[in-house]
Design a protein around this ligand. Structure first.
Ligand code: NAD
Length: 439
């Protein structure tokens, strides 16, 4: 099948590459000329484990093409995916200007029937708006389908190639048959394609992300209470996670959720509720608690240093919003850097993949280290913001020798309390006892 993907970011590039891998001819379209040039030359524009090998193979076999020209890119495509940004608008609702802008142009350039797929996360009612924007200019029949994406950055290829389920919102039998044919290679193990109406499909994506954000937030609240009540959140997590009704995942407390999806999607669902006159109380709390959680460690750090961070050097490990990605959108690390700078601290950072993106955003406001130990060199304390595997079992001898004082503020609960105690660290984590070295 010939398909087109408009928007070649995290979702678009994974979608295009994976569908090329299942034998389709895919053209990815993007307005970012430099991005398209780079991809044409075979240079990846994002870090996503496992993607490059598929990208190389399919590009070499001419199943994966790139262009900035919408008309050329969609020529002959049976399916046109819209994997465009939906950032928060001024009121917090998803800004549809990218989606509707492209929909507007599509009507002019479509030469044959095609299924237009909303792959972006979009509010209830968007398929109708996209339909209206295309129909104004269209000379050929078409269907608009809602097919939200559930991939997670860091494991996106696996998620895409082996989805738990595929959700497709359409009332058109013709579109249903085409989408079923396209997704068939990905659901051979019996994982379902769930067909529904467009509005339910749109709501499903927001419900899923908001539920997960709520689960994380609930655990963060439990962790905060554990700290005051003298309980250990790790034990509580294991105690409840083994209950199959609750499940083990998304129960790790930390310094709040970030990323390009949860914060904006929770906000957008809240705005949808508001527009329909519904007071969605839980969502409001989720946002408030997450805001508070993000920089929770900085006041404790300040207190540790007697009320001021002026002149202190803080090493900060982890910039990406989660491990295995270079994505820093809404990353808690960035909020903590800002808070540390406001408090007068110097910050030296390290991340295995996200440094280039951070440099683009905050430039020389922090110092960039080449490895974790260089970041820790002569620092007054270490803060951990992302649970990259290489931070889990560092060379503690090297780390202890590098740090000016053995102090760790860990936003991801990477270490065992007893180990930190044995090594003589002052160790602060989330929802657990504070370890204080005997002086
Ligand atoms: P992104 O910012 O990485 O990529 C969007 C791409 O669209 C960019 O390359 C941009 O240059 C391009 N673009 C903008 N306007 C364009 C136009 N007029 N024509 C062609 N290209 C254009 O965004 P993303 O993370 O891939 O997210 C896309 C959508 O998918 C969002 O709605 C997001 O919420 C949703 N989503 C994201 C994830 C994720 O993990 N990133 C997961 C599921 C769903």
């Amino acid at each position: 099948m010939k398909i087109a993907v408009v928007g070649t970011g995290y979702v678009g590039l994974v979608t295009g590459t994976c569908f090329a891998e299942t034998g389709n001819y895919v053209t990815c379209i993007d307005i970012d000329q430099a991005k398209v040039e780079s991809l044409r030359k075979g240079k990846m524009t994002i870090y996503e484990p496992g993607l490059e090998i598929l990208f190389d193979r399919n590009r070499k076999e001419s199943r994966l093409m790139f262009t900035t020209d919408l008309k050329e890119g969609i020529k002959g495509a049976e399916v046109i995916f819209l994997a465009l940004p939906t950032p928060p608008g001024e009121d917090g609702s998803a800004d549809l200007k990218y989606i509707l802008g492209v929909a507007d142009q599509l009507g002019h350039v479509m030469e044959d029937y095609a299924v237009i797929v909303d792959k972006s996360t979009v509010p209830v009612g968007t398929a109708e708006k996209v339909n209206a924007a295309i129909v104004k200019n269209a000379k050929v029949p078409f269907d608009v389908v809602s097919n939200p994406e559930f991939l997670r950055e860091g494991v996106a290829v696996d998620d895409f190639m082996k989805p738990d389920r595929v959700v497709i919102g359409t009332k058109s039998e013709r579109a249903k048959e085409i989408m079923e044919r396209l997704y068939a290679p990905l659901v051979r193990q019996g994982n379902p394609i769930i067909f529904m109406d467009e509005r339910s499909a749109e709501m499903t994506k927001y419900a899923a992300n908001s539920f997960l954000a709520m689960k994380i937030t609930f655990m963060n609240e439990i962790a905060n209470l554990c700290e005051i009540a003298g309980a250990d959140v790790d034990n509580v997590r294991k105690g409840i996670g083994t209950d199959s009704r609750i499940g083990k995942r998304f129960l790790f407390p930390g310094i709040g959720y970030g990323g390009s999806c949860f914060p904006k999607d929770v906000q957008a669902l809240g705005q949808t509720a508001k527009e329909y006159g519904y007071d969605f109380k839980i969502l409001k709390s989720v946002m408030l608690v997450n805001e508070r959680q993000k920089t929770k460690l900085v006041p404790r750090l300040k207190e540790y240093f007697g009320g001021s961070l002026k002149g202190k050097t803080i090493a900060l490990w982890g910039l990406a919003f989660k491990p295995h990605t270079d994505d820093i959108r809404e990353a808690p690390a960035l909020y903590n850097i800002k808070a540390l700078k406001r408090a007068g601290a110097k910050v030296v950072v390290f991340d295995p993949e996200a440094v280039a993106n951070v440099k683009k955003e905050i430039g020389k406001k922090v110092k960039y280290a080449k490895n974790p130990y260089e970041a820790a060199q002569d620092a007054d304390a270490l803060m951990i913001m992302t649970e990259w595997p290489e931070f889990r079992t560092p060379d503690f001898e090297k780390l202890s020798a590098a740090l000016k004082s053995k102090v760790i503020f860990d936003g991801r609960n990477l270490y065992e309390l007893k180990d930190m105690e044995a090594m003589g660290y002052d160790y602060f984590s989330i929802g657990r006892d504070t370890v204080t070295a005997k002086k």
